[in-house]
Design a binder for this molecule. Structure first.
Ligand code: NAD
Length: 468
């Protein structure tokens, strides 16, 4: 399905939408599994990984995979043979056996599945392939994890959920933004109760990235094709993901509905005229689409999340996370928090209460709050993996999230732990694309968000393994 079909479909509202290691298994059995419908991983001592799409992102993640222990790359697939060969060379240079290469066309990845040499597939291809490659992976009995923003349609989300439940294979999202030291510390602070109840999150993907939508000759890249004519949030998971984890989405709470609004600054036209000339099709006939998308999501428990997507207008990069909770606030820009009864101050006296007789105002600290660096909480509250592997993670991209995400994924498979991000999360974060599009094109009408857990969110517990 191409973008235009997708948009039409959105508008019309049509289309229904290994080798097992006994000691590891015993070890896993002795641990308390999370209460999930999907099972934990079968523990795998040495995870055999097949990678599909070794372009910019795939190449960079492949290098991180090669720094991990207890796994090996057994298959490399890309349309471009030279990229497969480059990937194979990197694997050999890392001291592993030469993995099999696959580059005989866009469905050659299936040959890798059929060969049966992989326990886990990493999908790092353009967007339209994420869904089909994950679907085929689970049908072949292989776990899979796809790059962001996940899959493109609600139908695909449901198909993945049903397949994952049926096959017992996990389908995960490679959402690296969930794995920085700071984001994981905030999650832990929430889980440990310091913040009280998280109420509202403002989260903005805010960087000028129009270059990603064009090729050097002025044609559209896959990302450009993917977003053309869209008015909703086309790349939600970087900011929906961590927010959803903080809010306990699919684990005690669930996304309920959203409203979305897009505004156009004609960025494509301006960019095309400037860099590709007046004859570029967009110079004469610019696409009608949003440059800034603003989506508000309400949860079943009455929380809210404001998601901004702002990647086309002139601006320095300034991603934003602000969590307001009943007992404190976190802000990523200055890497700071204020936590009631923990941050410095005397909270026994309220500030500013007027004595009706004297007219004096009380001078306590309550309501005169000060920020403190979140790093004050690292020693006690950062994730144990950051304590142990922080130095290795720090040299990888996206604030160390790239390494930590893959490290946690392989570790969970080695140990047989439930994955941090499962198919329900993938569905909940991916479906913002289609639903926000529907809302933004219809005067910001409220659009219900699917519950991929089918009600199980009420009883699902926070992941114990997240802290392990
Ligand atoms: N998580 C992040 O921070 C982050 C950052 C950048 C990109 N991404 C995501 O990574 C993915 C890839 O982006 P990119 O910038 O690396 O793109 P890219 O064009 O550099 O690489 C994509 C690769 O996939 C290959 N490919 C395409 N169709 C294929 C098929 N059918 N079979 C096998 N190989 C195929 C291409 O030949 C290419 O080498 C996208 O989903 C993007 O959204 C994520």
């Amino acid at each position: 399905m191409n973008r235009n079909d997708f948009i039409k479909r959105t508008l019309l509202g049509a289309a229904g939408a290994a080798a097992l290691n006994q000691p590891f298994r015993a070890f896993a059995a002795s641990r308390k599994p999370a209460a999930d419908e999907l099972g934990n991983f079968e523990p795998i001592e040495n995870v055999r990984i097949g990678v599909i799409g070794v372009g910019n992102r795939g190449g960079s993640l492949l290098k991180q995979v090669l720094r991990l222990e207890n796994c090996q790359v057994t298959g490399v697939c890309d349309l471009i043979e030279a990229r497969v060969e480059r990937g194979q060379r990197w694997v050999i240079e890392a001291g592993q056996d030469k993995p099999k290469g696959y580059s005989r066309g866009e469905h050659d990845y299936r040959r890798m599945y059929e060969d049966g040499n992989c326990d886990l597939i990493l999908v790092m291809t353009p967007w339209e392939w994420h869904g089909p490659m994950c679907i085929d992976s689970m049908k072949a009995g292989i776990h899979c994890a796809t790059e962001v923003p996940g899959v493109q349609t609600i139908d695909e989300c449901w198909e993945l959920v049903e397949l994952s439940e049926k096959t017992g294979k996990h389908c995960m999202l490679l959402e690296n933004y969930c794995y920085t030291r700071e984001i994981m510390t905030v999650y832990n602070l929430i889980q440990k109760g310091l913040f009280g109840d998280p109420l509202h999150i403002y989260a903005g993907y805010q960087k000028e990235a129009l270059y990603y939508n064009f090729n050097a000759d002025g044609s559209l890249s896959f990302a450009g094709e993917g977003v053309i004519d869209h008015w909703g949030n086309v790349y939600a998971s970087h900011f929906a993901g961590p927010s959803a984890q903080w809010l306990g989405i699919n684990r005690g709470d669930a996304f309920d509905y959203l409203v979305s609004m897009g505004v156009s600054g004609k960025s494509y036209q301006v960019y095309a005229e400037r860099f590709f000339g007046d004859d570029h099709p967009f110079a004469k006939n610019p696409p009608k689409m949003a440059d800034v998308s603003n989506t508000m999501i309400a949860t079943k428990n009455g929380k809210s999340l404001s998601l901004i997507h702002d990647t086309r207008l002139p601006r320095p990069t300034r991603h934003y996370f602000r969590l307001q909770a009943t007992n404190g606030i976190y802000e990523n820009i200055e890497e700071r928090v204020h936590i009631g009864d923990h941050s410095p101050g005397d909270w026994s006296v309220p500030r500013g209460l007027v004595d009706q007789k004297t007219g004096e105002r009380s001078k306590g600290d309550y309501s005169r709050r000060e920020w403190e660096p979140i790093s004050n909480y690292y020693e006690e509250y950062q994730h144990i993996d950051w304590k142990e592997k922080g130095d290795m993670a720090a040299t990888s991209g996206h604030g160390g999230g790239d390494f930590m995400m893959l490290y946690r994924l392989v570790k969970s498979m080695n140990r047989g732990d439930y994955p941090d991000i499962d198919v329900y999360d993938l569905g909940s974060w991916s479906c913002i694309l289609e639903t926000s599009e529907d809302s933004a094109r219809n005067r910001s009408k409220a659009v219900d968000l699917p519950d991929f857990t089918r009600g199980k969110w009420k009883d699902r517990k926070p992941l114990a393994t997240y802290f392990a």
